[in-house]
Ligand binder design. Structure first.
Ligand SMILES: [Zn+2]
Length: 500
């Protein structure tokens, strides 16, 4: 079960003031919005989701976005929907004055057939004008008073958002299917403000859409009693309501996204890896694979902790779901239910891949739309360390050849190649797979051969320390590796990443 062993008392949740569950979902009005619980803006609140040794990481990120999300799930209609009250504290960390703050609304992606519709958006009690961009997958909240460098603003939103049914787009991660509800990016997510403005780029359906700053999430989620909820971060309380619903409260660690999966059908097994609680959630008919997944997840976490540095969060969840392949979120990964059915060796590889994203994507972020190779290449390459840790170097080489290198080798044999350093949209789905997952991983393998194991791992650890909870660029990676190794890597970098 989800971390309810960690129940602690917090300030009284505001869930008892949420509107009563009904068959219809009227657009909420500002007067129904309860006053926010003050603790959600305090970093200390989020220590609850951290391992004791890393609890101080909550103050390592200066002025991150804070989210306080109260969501009520309505199942039973033709399309599930959520009624959401979201308060976001945004601090202007740029040197510019901002007249608006942009949020991503991925639920509005045209191919999904779902919609996020606002009831109201207010700033300091005043209704704000909205500026939709990127096919309504982004919205600018026009501020009544411009936000100067270092100043913070609370944006309050009331909205309804529908969840598509049997939606295979976007890897099927925003979807309700086979009794499993997948809520990838259902909420309004603060966009990244870069030196040249807001980044609102939208990946095609085959790329990872999320490019986000490390943030804190405090979520109260009200759902039917028999649903089992699995989420990023830690569940800290569960309150039964008089109307047959339950309100769960979750807090995240410093995380750049927040994911929730729910199903009545989930069974689970758990273990402790040091102080990390590792949970595997699966459908009843896949118990053997679900139990095996717990060991794969444990051994992957161990291998990467020994190689790269600690996993700082108190909980890690691996969840069976009707998705394509696997998908990573901070503290939670989804693995394709078809792989549980097949129960072959690829299930283990996918798990090792998605767990490695906890380092390269979750702890160290990057722009997954523009430089997808940085996290995908590093992640796919990192699976070598899992196989070396568990099975030794011979089997590791085989796995690397089969699952990582072969896609690119086949492409080369067919006379094709492409530059690695390109955005998702520059590739066809086939090329994306071979170049971003294959060729980029071979680059890291070549750097490892050049530097030797010891220096290479020193550089990987230094990279994690340098970029932990931050966004990274290829230049950051190159800078750290050249500093630590004392070697010029431009030539290898140019040959593998910049040239065809
Ligand atoms: Zn990946």
């Amino acid at each position: 079960m989800l971390a309810l062993c960690l129940v602690v008392s917090l300030a009284a949740p505001a869930c008892d003031r949420l509107p009563v569950l009904s068959r219809t979902t009227p657009t909420p009005t500002a007067t129904e919005m309860p006053a926010p619980t003050p603790a959600w803006q305090q970093p200390d609140t989020y220590r609850l989701a951290m391992l004791p040794a890393w609890a101080d990481d909550v103050i390592a990120v200066s002025d991150p976005p804070f989210y306080y999300i109260r969501a009520r799930l309505f199942l039973g209609a033709s399309q599930p929907r959520l009624q959401v009250q979201q308060t976001t504290r945004y601090t202007n960390r740029s040197t510019q004055t901002l007249d608006r703050v942009y949020f991503r609304l991925f639920a509005n992606k045209p191919s999904f057939g779902s919609e996020l519709a606002f009831g109201s958006v207010t700033v300091a009690g005043q209704e704000a004008a909205l500026d939709y961009q990127s096919e309504r997958t982004a919205v600018g909240i026009i501020l009544p008073t411009a936000l100067r460098a270092g100043e913070a603003v609370d944006v309050e939103m009331l909205y309804n958002v529908t969840v598509p049914v049997e939606n295979a787009r976007g890897y099927g991660t925003y979807n309700y299917q086979d009794g499993i509800l997948l809520l990838s990016n259902f909420y309004a997510m603060v966009a990244v403000h870069e030196a040249d403005g807001w980044n609102l780029a939208l990946a095609p359906d085959y790329g990872d859409p999320v490019y986000a700053e490390t943030s804190f999430y405090s979520v109260e989620f009200t759902a039917p009693t028999d649903l089992k909820l699995v989420a990023s971060g830690s569940g800290i309380s569960r309150v039964e309501n008089s109307d047959g619903t339950v309100t769960w409260k979750f807090v995240s660690g410093p995380m750049r996204d927040w994911m929730l999966v729910a199903s009545e059908r989930f069974e689970s097994v758990s273990l402790a890896l040091g102080h990390v609680r590792v949970n595997s959630y699966f459908l009843p008919q896949h118990r053997d694979a679900g139990v095996a997944m717990l060991a794969f997840a444990r051994d992957s976490l161990r291998a990467y902790q020994e190689s790269f540095g600690p996993y700082p969060f108190a909980e890690f969840d691996v969840v069976e779901a009707p998705v394509s392949g696997g998908m990573e979120y901070p503290g939670l990964i989804l693995i394709d239910t078809r792989q549980y059915e097949a129960a072959g060796e690829y299930l283990e590889f996918i798990t090792a891949h998605e767990v490695a994203h906890q380092w390269w994507y979750s702890l160290v972020g990057n722009d997954q739309v523009t430089v997808p190779w940085l996290d995908e290449g590093l992640t796919n390459f990192s699976t070598l360390y899992y196989y070396e840790y568990v099975y030794g170097s011979d089997r590791a080489r085989l796995a690397f050849d089969n699952y990582v290198a072969s896609r690119y080798v086949r492409l080369r044999e067919s006379g094709q190649d492409a530059v690695v350093n390109q955005p998702v949209e520059a590739f066809s789905p086939e090329m994306y797979s071979a170049i971003v997952y294959g060729k980029a991983a071979l680059f890291f393998q070549d750097v490892r051969a050049e530097l030797g194991d010891t220096v290479f791992l020193d550089a990987m650890r230094a990279y994690l320390v340098d970029r932990k909870y931050q966004l990274s660029t290829p230049e950051d990676w190159l800078r750290v590796f050249e500093q630590v190794s004392g070697q010029e890597l431009d030539e290898l970098y140019t040959q593998w990443i910049l040239e065809e």
